[in-house]
Structures are given as structure tokens and as C-alpha cells.
Ligand binder design. Sequence first.
Ligand SMILES: *Cc1c(COP(=O)(O)O)cnc(C)c1O
Length: 396
Amino acid sequence: MKDRETMLAGAGTNTRLCHLGHDPFAYHGFVNPPVVHASTVLFPDVETMESRRQKYTYGTRGTPTTDALCAAIDALEGSAGTILVPSGLAAITVPFLAFLSAGDHALIVDSVYSPCRNFCDTMLKRLGVTVEYYDPAIGAGIETLIKPNTKLVHTEAPGSNTFEMQDIRAISDIAHRHGCVVTMDNTWATPLYFKPLDFGVDISMHAATKYPSGHSDILMGTVSANAAHWEKLSEANITLGICGAPDDSYQILRGLRTMGLRLDAHQKAALAVAEWLEGRDGVARVLHPALPSFPGHDIWKRDFKGASGIFSFVLAADEPAKFKPKARAFLNALSVFGLGYSWGGYESLAVMVNLDDRTICKAPSEGPVIRLQIGLEDVPDLLADLEAGFAAAAAI
Ligand SMILES: *Cc1c(COP(=O)(O)O)cnc(C)c1O
């Protein structure tokens, strides 16, 4: 029998997802890793305690369960190390705290996940970091915004809610020429459809809450670093005392086993719904990177291996922007789609998007933006539900 690493080296994505992270024969042959609940770890003697050579020393510093998940993520990301944090938002804030200090300047994409902007505008500001938002379409033009004290460039592609693409390679190359750390929120694509570190990114962040969890019941974030940035990231993690819980880590690793199949289904269904919407009356625009009509489509096609299941569309509604009665009627008429935040689970969701905090990528003028997370339901049922929404909107 070949050893596991040789077996996995040339294997396909789903084979790797099925076998990464845990070697059953390292734990009595059980297929899944043990869930280790731990604070205290015992040492056989004082000398071992002082030597700091024992693999596990305390619950906050990792267990066989968290290690199994981190090893799987490292294999998918091609990273030197991964830390686990209690939410996707913490997967952004912890590395920002690791790499930014008072007096530094950070460049953040304007189409960023909105709670990240809140962190920047409140806590980072209070800590003496200045933040500037940039146009996702900037590409190599990022150079004009870099100052002597710029330390970090944060990217997210596609952007939250409006799905703008970014030329990650061009931005990374310029940022590195000026000594900046490049971070990327890669939650939308997962490492299956985009591998940030292969495009020059130093730190890849994920809300594992989304596709790795897949069932709308776990909150977790992962942050993966290349070799040059791993030590500093790991140090910040230990200093802050932020770590992943054992049961959650186990569930995320469990979710990874089926993530390839789920993503494939999300991708196909979402594209079918997006194409259907594009041809429909009442729709001004569909914001989905895999549609040839979408402005960032060429970048998506060049750099990404797939599209996941979340996108938006602009309802053609000539109505007062403040009250959005047609959009409200549309959403209230849905029954398969639930009204709720987050995404990546098996069930479809719809929300009205608020873009009021944007300074560059402002809200479309044609009407309200509705974001759809396409779950694993049958597409005809989803289309029938959306038809009910359009009928309700048209009746206003
Ligand atoms: C949901 C989300 C997060 C935050 O994840 P939570 O686990 O909900 O905190 C971060 N980034 C993006 C792009 C997200 O969509």
C-alpha cells in the first residue's frame, strides 16, 4: 500500500477532500479524528515541561482535532500554517491586529464585507491605523495609493453583495514591491475555486461558517499564511488567546469531505437561476461573475476554477430608494427562499442588500439589490418561488 501522501499527491479534488487532514491509522483505524476536549495537557516530568518539546501543551495551542482541520486547510490552500478562530469576522480582525500597528496605513477594497469596514472605522482607527478604501477595479493602479507607511492591502474577490472582481496577481505584485502584506477574504470561492497564495497573496481568510460548514449551524474562521508570514500570524493568535473549539473544528472537517460535491451543485443551480433572471422582465442586471455580461467576467474566467452559489440581481423598480416597496413585496412573497443572513448552507436565502456604507462602489441606480444564496433544492422549485416574488412586486 502506498503511503497517504503519495496517494494524495496526484489525486483529484474530491479524493483529496475525502482523505486530507486525518490518517485513520494514526488513531486506531477510526475513519474520523477524535474530538479532544481539553484545557490541561499533562507532562510526564518537569524536564519535559521545561523543554517545550512535547507536541501538545495546552488546549489553546491546538489539539489532535484542530490539527486535523488545520492540516486539511493547509493542504487545500498550499499554506505554511493555518489558525482557527471563532468566526469569519475574526478571520479578518485577527490578522489585521497581527500585521498593523499605530501609525500604519491600510488599503481596503471598497466592496469589502461590511463588518470588516466597521472594524476598520472603529477599532483600527482607535488604535491609530489609518484606513483608505480603494476601487476593486484598480489593479496595478493600487501603486498610486501606496504611501511610505502603507503596511497592508486587503482584497476580497468577488466583493460582498455586488461581486466586483479584482486582479489579485497585479495588486499583490505591486503591494509586495512596497513591502506590504497582502490579505484576501476568499470565502466566496473557497480554495477549491481560487487559491490566493498561488496569486501572490500572503494571508488567505475564510468564513468556514459558509461552504466548509455547509449546514448553517457552525461559526468558524480560518486564516492561512505563507511561510514568510506564518510566524507572525501564529504569534498573534497565541497572544490574543483566540482559538477554534473542538466540536466546531470536527464539524468543519466533516463538512470539507462533501464540499466539492456541494459546491458543484451550488454552482450549477446558481448559474441556472442567474441565467433565467438575466432574461426576465423586471430585472435590470444580474451581478454574477460567471455571466459573460458581468464586467469582471474576464478576470473570473482567467483566474478562478469555478463559481459558488451566491450572487445578486438588481430589481428594475422605479421607486423611492428609501422604502423599496417592490423589493419588500418580492421578498415577502418567497417561501422556499428564507429571509436570513449568511450563506453556504444547503437552503436558499434572500436578502435586500444595504450598500449605504460604500464610498466608491455605490448602489446601482436602476433599483434595489437583492442577494440570493442558492441552496441544494431543485431549480424548478426555486424558479417558481422567484416567479411568486416577481408577481408580488409587479402588483405594487
Ligand atoms: C460571512 C462572511 C464573513 C464572516 O463570517 P462569520 O462567520 O459570519 O463571522 C466574512 N467574510 C465574508 C466575505 C463573508 O461573507
